[in-house]
Design a protein around this ligand. Structure first.
Ligand SMILES: NC(=O)C1=CN([C@@H]2O[C@H](COP(=O)(O)OP(=O)(O)OC[C@H]3O[C@@H](n4cnc5c(N)ncnc54)[C@H](O)[C@@H]3O)[C@@H](O)[C@H]2O)C=CC1
Ligand SMILES: CC(C)CC(=O)C(=O)O
Ligand SMILES: [Mg+2]
Length: 362
């Protein structure tokens, strides 16, 4: 059989983006070696780095490279240096344009609390231990993209807008994942106030009734969902919600494993998937070798899975578990008295672990 070959575009971005992406690429290269596939990478600037190089946060050649790749691995964009630019010129605008151009409308954000992290959470161990939920966030619609938008001297305005089709397709993604998991979907909206949420609720209910009646569906208002997520996270299996609510709830959910540095994501829907940690560029710790690379490494595991390299993805996840079990972890996960490992040391540990794995004979 011909050796599979994957071409990955790597967009390190800004702040800790390059630091965590370097470790994710190290682990991907180890996986290719151990599991017998070919991996080539091509690295481009995005966000602030691209603004500095070209004046544009998503230069056209970078976008074209992404559209032609097998997958895109991104670090994070943004930082104080670019905070005073007009909205459309900011690093974040480049990322939003990339998501839209890739038609990556479904953002999958798994949140798990492995045993080794139950004490890293600011919440009680008995509340968080064993949490295993999946946030399915709509990524190319809602208030981040709605028109009209703008500002004048006296006011500013944005539009939260969803079509029936946009809601139905993200609802289907959530129900399909629930089928493969524990069969429960929680849909989050603000239907007691917003028309757009009333439509959201109506369409999610219709997709449930007509296409997935065997699954369980609950509706939550977003304020209550935020409270329930920290009060009793294990009640959730799949959580489906819009762009803004999903953005906020996923950072909130990072308190469950104890750090934003633990949450990976996959953004899918178009031909090319985009894989990136949930966190941002963390300017407060950039350049210090402190950043937790696990969110980026787990995003690389999601990339491998999406490309059909399930065994390699499993080995990467086991490598992450092994690092945590052995206490090879960055400062954000350490309790008093524990010695933190550097970003690089964590990546090296997991790459070495993956290299030792023997693929299952096919
Ligand atoms: N996908 C992306 O590229 C995103 C970019 N941003 C941008 O990032 C910049 C900073 O935004 P913030 O609100 O500070 O959010 P942030 O996610 O960068 O940081 C929030 C807090 O979490 C910590 N943190 C984040 N990732 C970490 C990691 N891997 N290891 C250890 N600690 C970690 C940071 O040190 C900070 O205290 C802004 O310009 C923002 O627009 C924010 C979120 C997503
Ligand atoms: C455009 C990004 C900065 C939005 C964000 O925080 C995210 O996607 O998690
Ligand atoms: Mg966010």
């Amino acid at each position: 059989m011909e050796t599979p070959h994957y071409h990955i575009v790597v967009l390190p971005g800004d702040g800790i983006g390059p630091e965590v992406t370097r470790e994710a690429v190290r682990v991907l290269e180890a996986a290719a070696e151990a599991f017998g596939f070919r991996l080539t990478t091509e690295t481009h600037p995005v966000g602030g780095a691209a603004i500095d190089a070209t004046g544009d946060p998503l230069p056209e050649p970078v976008l074209q490279a992404c559209l032609q790749a097998d997958a895109v691995l991104l670090g994070a964009v943004g930082g104080p240096k670019w905070d005073n630019l007009d909205r459309a010129q900011r690093p974040e605008a480049g990322l939003l344009r990339l998501r839209k151009a890739l038609e990556a409308y479904a953002n999958l954000r798994p949140v798990q609390v492995p045993e080794a992290l139950a004490d890293a959470s600011p919440l009680k161990r008995e509340v968080v231990a064993g949490t295993d939920l999946l946030i399915v966030r709509e990524l190319t619609g809602g208030i981040y993209f709605g028109e009209p938008r703008g500002r004048n001297g006296q006011m500013a305005w944005n539009t939260m807008r969803y079509t029936r089709e946009e809601v139905a397709r993200i609802a289907r993604v959530a129900f399909e994942w629930a089928k493969r998991r524990r069969g429960r979907v929680a849909s989050v909206d603000k239907a007691n106030v917003l028309e757009v949420s009333q439509l959201w609720r109506e369409v999610v209910s219709q997709v449930h009734r007509e296409e997935f009646p065997e699954l369980e569906l609950e509706h939550f208002y977003v304020d209550n969902a935020a409270m329930q997520l920290v009060r009793d996270p294990r009640r959730f299996d799949v959580v489906v919600t819009g762009n803004l609510f999903g953005d906020i709830l996923s950072d909130l959910a990072a308190t469950l494993p104890g750090s934003l540095g633990m949450l990976p994501s996959a953004s899918i829907g178009g031909r090319v998937g985009l894989f990136e940690p949930v966190h941002g560029s963390a300017p407060d710790i950039a350049g210090q070798g402190k950043a937790n690379p696990l969110a980026a490494i787990l995003s690389a595991a999601m990339l491998l899975e999406t490309l059909g390299q399930e065994a390699a993805a499993r080995a990467v996840r086991q490598g992450v578990d092994a690092a945590l079990a052995e206490g090879v972890k960055t400062a954000d996960l350490c309790r008093a008295g524990e010695t933190p490992a550097s970003t690089e040391a964590v990546g090296q540990f997991i790459a070495a672990y993956v290299r030792q794995q023997t693929p299952v004979a096919s």
